[in-house]
Design a protein around this ligand. Structure first.
Ligand SMILES: Nc1ncnc2c1ncn2[C@@H]1O[C@H](COP(=O)(O)OP(=O)(O)OP(=O)(O)O)[C@@H](O)[C@H]1O
Ligand SMILES: [Mg+2]
Length: 284
C-alpha cells in the first residue's frame, strides 16, 4: 500500500486515486468500460472572498454524452477550472446539480480522473511507481501490474519505466500523468490544460496521441484549453464560456471524423466562429 506520509502529500488532483469508503453501489465499482454520462444542470458557484462573495459560475448547463469529447474555451479567470473541480467532485457546487450516469456527484471518485497542466509526479518514485499509484492505493497492484505496463505502452514510455521524473522531458512527464490517469480505466477524463506547458511541436504530437488514446479507451472527456485549434482538433463539441461569472455563450459542433486535418477549411470556419464568440475575431 501507499505509505501514510505519501498519502499526506497527495495533491487534490490525486485525491480521486485514493479509495473512498467502500460502497459496492457506487459508480467507483462499476466495471463498465464505456464513458460516463455527465449532466451539469443550472450550476452556479460563489467563492467567499473576505466578507463578500465572488460569483464564478452562472447557471451553467452542460452534458457530456458517454464517450463524447467536450472542450471548454473561455477567458482566463472566467471559472473553467472551477467547473472542472466541481465535476470531479473536489468541491460541491453552490447551486444546481451535477450527476454522473444519473447519480449525484458528491465526492472524488476513481471513475473520474483529473489531469492538470502540471503533472505533479512524485520525484522519489520511478515512472512505473508513479503510474501504479492509483492501483497501489486501492490494493490492486499485485494482481494488476500488467495494467501499468499496458498504460506505459499506450503512452510510449515502456523504456522509461525505471526512470525518475527528473530524467524526463516535460512532454514525457505529461505522458506519465496521462498513463497514471488511464491505468485507472476512467469513465471520465477531466483535462485542465494538460498540454499547456509543452512546446508547440510536442503539443501537436500529444494532441494526436490524446485522440488515439481516447478512441481506444472509450472514456468521456472534458477538456479545458485556451487554444482554439486544440479544442477544435480534439473535441466533438466546443462550449464557449463568457467572462466571469462564466455562462455558456456558444456551442460549436465539430462534425468532422478523426484523425482531423489541421488545414481543414471547416475547422478554419469554426475557429473564426469561436474567436467571434470570445470577442477576438477583429484581428483574424
Ligand atoms: N478557492 C478559491 N477561492 C476564492 N476564489 C477563487 C478560488 N478558486 C478560484 N477562485 C477565483 O475564481 C475565478 C475563476 O477561477 P478559475 O481558476 O476557475 O478560472 P479559469 O477559467 O480556470 O482561469 P485560467 O484560464 O486562468 O486557468 C478567479 O477569479 C479566481 O480568482
Ligand atoms: Mg484554469
Amino acid at each position: 500500500m501507499v505509505g501514510l506520509a505519501e498519502l499526506d502529500r497527495l495533491g487534490s488532483d490525486l485525491a480521486a486515486l485514493v479509495p473512498p469508503v467502500p460502497d459496492t453501489g457506487t459508480v467507483a465499482h462499476a466495471q463498465a468500460r464505456s464513458g460516463a454520462r455527465i449532466e451539469v444542470a443550472g450550476v452556479s458557484h460563489w467563492f467567499r472572498v473576505g466578507s463578500g462573495a465572488l460569483q464564478v459560475l452562472d447557471q451553467v448547463d452542460l452534458t457530456v454524452a458517454p464517450g463524447e469529447f467536450v472542450a471548454l474555451l473561455g477567458p482566463s479567470g472566467c471559472g473553467k477550472s472551477t467547473l472542472l473541480r466541481l465535476v470531479a467532485g473536489l468541491e460541491p457546487a453552490s447551486a444546481g446539480t451535477i450527476a454522473q450516469d444519473g447519480q449525484p456527484i458528491t465526492r472524488p471518485d476513481p471513475s473520474r480522473i483529473v489531469v492538470f497542466q502540471d503533472p505533479t509526479l512524485f520525484p522519489w518514485r520511478t515512472v512505473f511507481d508513479n503510474v501504479a499509484l492509483g492501483l497501489q492505493a486501492r490494493g490492486l497492484l499485485p494482481a494488476q501490474r500488467s495494467r501499468v505496463d499496458d498504460a506505459l505502452r499506450l503512452v510510449g514510455l515502456t523504456e522509461f519505466a525505471k526512470s525518475f521524473p527528473h530524467q524526463l522531458s516535460g512532454g514525457m512527464a505529461q505522458r506519465v500523468a496521462l498513463a497514471r490517469a488511464l491505468v485507472n480505466d476512467p469513465q471520465l477524463l477531466v483535462l485542465d490544460e494538460p498540454l499547456g506547458k509543452l512546446d508547440s511541436l510536442t503539443r501537436i504530437a500529444m494532441q494526436s496521441e490524446l485522440v488515439k488514446l481516447w478512441q481506444r479507451a472509450g472514456f468521456s472527456a472534458l477538456l479545458v484549453t485556451h487554444d482554439v485549434e486544440e479544442a477544435l482538433f480534439l473535441a466533438n463539441r466546443v462550449m464557449v464560456l463568457s467572462d466571469r461569472p462564466a455562462r455558456i455563450v456558444a456551442e460549436l459542433k465539430v462534425e468532422l471524423p478523426y484523425p482531423r486535418h489541421r488545414g481543414d477549411p471547416q475547422l478554419a470556419a469554426l475557429r473564426h466562429e469561436a474567436l467571434r464568440h470570445l470577442g477576438l475575431d477583429a484581428t483574424w
